[in-house]
Design a protein around this ligand. Structure first.
Ligand SMILES: Cc1cc2nc3c(=O)[nH]c(=O)nc-3n(C[C@H](O)[C@H](O)[C@H](O)COP(=O)(O)O)c2cc1C
Length: 682
């Protein structure tokens, strides 16, 4: 077992939560990794948690786990391998026991979160037993249109029983405690929320009656597991829809009612629901650090020592964690994304190696992958989810150190350089720009995007630590590289935005007629100009967003805020397609509206004729014209910048590699992943 160095501070004092003794005040609240298979924990999941346990957290709370007998089989459809865990089936006990044992071996405790979706459950969720979603009342999910079946006493009793049986299963597996998910708009919260609970029976009508389901769930769990087992609740302190939903005042009332029952040992305070998920996991540049601290303080006051309060919400470093606890805003703090990015954040801080911490950027790719039905990954830390082969201690020293040239200091090149150097290679990093970071240097200048600099810093400090030699501010030719005595050359030269207007949706043409005109710019060139002078593109700008990424909308925000008449077109039904799953869209859309930006989905450009643009509706092809346009900005495809790579190969140099956008333009996660992989292979 690792020895975590001692450090003064209230966060390093132990805490008793129910039957569980925790060695410090830092936990990881539940988060979906989708690493399960056959509805039970896997070696991948165990390795993920063990890495964080080794890093020094006192408690991890495993991902949202099904308790309902109805969902047990439904979860077989939850992905190609049934990643959604179930606690209801006894067959899963051995796998949970392996998980518990593995985490305990590193002096860390583990709880499991129990969730039921209620109205948010897709109808017909079990292929072999189709049924509608159930909810407290006939009110649909804000994310859907299916009117749920109103839960009758039989189905409520069945569900309560399922919670109890699932808790007993977890207890038998050696899991230290269970946490009822009554936050984020899941079924128990639907009973608490006036938006969903319109009942007039003993489960609705007053706060006490709306809390009745949670009382019954708590009682049944206690009946099954006894009093010497830890039971808690995840709880949203604000639904952010005013008195239509759970307000902070109502939350205080609920906490008072629930704490008085003595059933729950802790309340883990979060916020948001399906109406306001973007507050549950706020992306970069939105909610400030520890933004729920005031709610934590109020929760502690409401509970008044009858239970412990856990608090989450963009707590990124130990100093902030210490402040939250010292200020009386919580008994424990959760640092989820900070630990997805760096499992060893605590240990590094304690050893005075803060500079080595891989810091969370807030890109929310971790969350987006889940929404897209994929396994969780991290843009800043490609080892996340791949701990079995890329975890601590897996970076082997190079058998024969070689001289490696990496061309391009964007995320792919920086990552490859840092990893190869850490393995003992001698690495020289070239970039024609004077600073490292590649295209992130542009994006980071847009409103709210400043934390991309954090990613650059992560990668740059790792490269420096490995002794990477930087040659910046001058382009390097293939011939110079070939004669430079390098054993391997890595081309991470990125991509360029296409400005022909070619789209895969229009195979009948090679581009947009008229796109070659001077008043047509690609989105990167446009953003570079606008960030210097927001009115440099004239008084009326049309942006064609055919990529769904942040850049076109961020550019529109800068333009609109400067009073430029700005319209964004997209052939898709929604603008900013990629920003839905990262929860960025609900933050940027109000800002675009405030800036007067017009959004026109389902529109594509037929032709550009100077200041006149012919557009059409995507499917109907109904035409329209926009006139008086000063500049058209195309945010469409990107092409690899791979000329250098081809020249190197043509020169007869065989050991050349291409990674990141230079291979195929994709996301920053693809770039850091490929940098890591190549850095380990060289
Ligand atoms: C990838 C991901 C998945 C999450 N899934 C869950 C979940 O299943 N249940 C839950 O209660 N919270 C979930 N959360 C919310 C976290 O527990 C936490 O409250 C949130 O990330 C804010 O904390 P942070 O700023 O330290 O990341 C998830 C968060 C992330 C990043």
């Amino acid at each position: 077992m690792e020895q975590t160095p001692e450090r003064e501070g209230v966060i390093f004092t132990p805490l008793q939560v129910g039957a569980t003794t925790l060695k410090n005040r830092i936990l990881l609240s539940p988060h979906r990794q989708a690493y399960g298979e056959d509805n039970q924990p896997t070696e991948r999941m165990i390795a993920y948690w063990v890495e964080r346990a080794k890093g020094g957290v006192a408690l991890v709370s495993g991902e949202s786990t099904s308790v309902s007998r109805r969902l047990a089989r439904a979860s077989a459809e939850s992905g190609p391998s049934g990643w959604r865990l179930t606690a209801w089936e006894e067959r899963v006990i051995p796998a949970f026991a392996r998980l518990a044992d593995a985490v305990h071996a590193h002096d860390c405790r583990i709880f499991m979160e129990f969730s039921t979706f209620g109205v948010n459950q897709a109808a017909q969720s079990d292929f072999d037993d189709w049924h509608p979603p159930g909810g407290p009342s006939a009110v649909p999910s804000p994310g859907g249109t299916v009117i749920p079946q109103v839960m009758d006493q039989v189905s409520i009793d069945e569900l309560v029983e399922d919670y109890g049986r699932s808790a007993a299963n977890m207890q038998r597996a050696g899991i230290d405690g269970v946490e009822v998910h009554a936050a984020h708009g899941y079924l128990p919260m639907q009973f608490l929320s006036p938006a969903f609970n319109k009942r007039t029976d003993r489960y609705g009508g007053s706060p006490r009656r709306c809390a009745q389901l949670l009382v019954e769930i708590g009682e049944e769990i206690r009946r099954q597991v006894g009093s010497a087992y830890t039971v808690g609740m995840r709880f949203s302190f604000d639904e952010y829809i005013g008195s239509a939903g759970v307000t902070p005042e109502l939350a205080e009332e609920y906490l008072d009612i629930l704490a008085a029952t003595g059933l729950y040992d802790f309340f883990s305070v979060s916020s948001g629901s399906y109406h306001s998920f973007h507050y549950a996991v706020p992306p970069m540049g939105t909610a400030p650090e520890a933004f729920l601290a005031d709610y934590g303080r109020r929760a502690k006051a409401a509970v008044g020592g009858r239970a412990k309060i856990f608090l989450a919400g963009r707590i990124l470093d130990l100093a902030t964690a210490e402040r939250v606890i010292a200020d009386g805003a919580a008994d424990m703090v959760s640092m989820v994304r900070a630990h997805i990015a760096d499992p060893f954040l605590i240990r590094k801080s304690l050893e005075g190696r803060e500079g080595e911490i891989v810091r969370c950027v807030g890109a929310n790719e971790c969350l987006a992958t889940g929404f897209r039905g994929r396994r969780m990954h991290c843009v800043a830390n490609p080892s996340t989810g791949r701990e079995i082969y890329w975890g601590e201690g897996t970076l082997s020293q190079a058998k024969a150190p070689r001289r490696i040239a990496v061309v391009g200091a964007g995320p792919a090149g920086l990552k490859a350089a840092g990893v190869a150097a850490a393995r003992g290679h001698s690495v020289t990093l070239f970039d024609e720009n004077a600073s490292v970071g590649g295209h992130l240097n542009l994006i980071k200048r847009l409103p709210t995007r400043g934390d991309w600099q954090t990613l650059i810093n992560n990668l740059a400090t790792a490269a420096k630590r490995g002794g990477v030699e930087e040659r910046l501010g001058k382009s390097v030719a293939a011939a110079d590289l070939a004669s430079g005595g390098f054993d391997e050359i890595v081309c991470a030269t990125g991509s360029r935005w296409d400005r022909t207007g070619f789209s895969g949706a229009r195979p009948d043409r090679t581009g947009i007629p008229g796109a070659e005109a001077e008043n047509v710019l690609d989105v990167a060139a446009a953003a570079a100009r606008v960030l210097e002078n927001p009115r440099s593109l004239g008084g009326k700008v049309v942006i064609l967003d055919d990529c769904g990424a942040y850049l076109p909308l961020g550019l529109a925000e800068v333009l609109g805020s400067a009073g430029v008449d700005t319209e964004v077109l997209s052939r898709f039904a929604a603008l900013g397609e990629a920003l839905i799953a990262t929860l960025e869209l609900p933050w940027i859309l109000p800002r675009l509206a405030a800036a007067g930006v017009r959004l026109s989905p389902n529109r594509f450009i037929e032709a550009i004729d100077g200041s006149r643009i012919e557009v059409y509706e995507t499917w109907s092809r109904r035409p329209a014209v926009i006139t008086g346009v000063d500049t058209v900005v195309l945010a469409m495809l990107r092409s690899p910048r791979d000329l250098l790579y081809k020249e190197i190969l043509a020169d007869g140099f065989a050991r050349a590699h291409r990674i990141g956008d230079a291979l195929a333009p994709r996301t920053v996660s693809d770039a850091t992943y490929e940098g890591e992989r190549l850095g380990r292979e060289l």
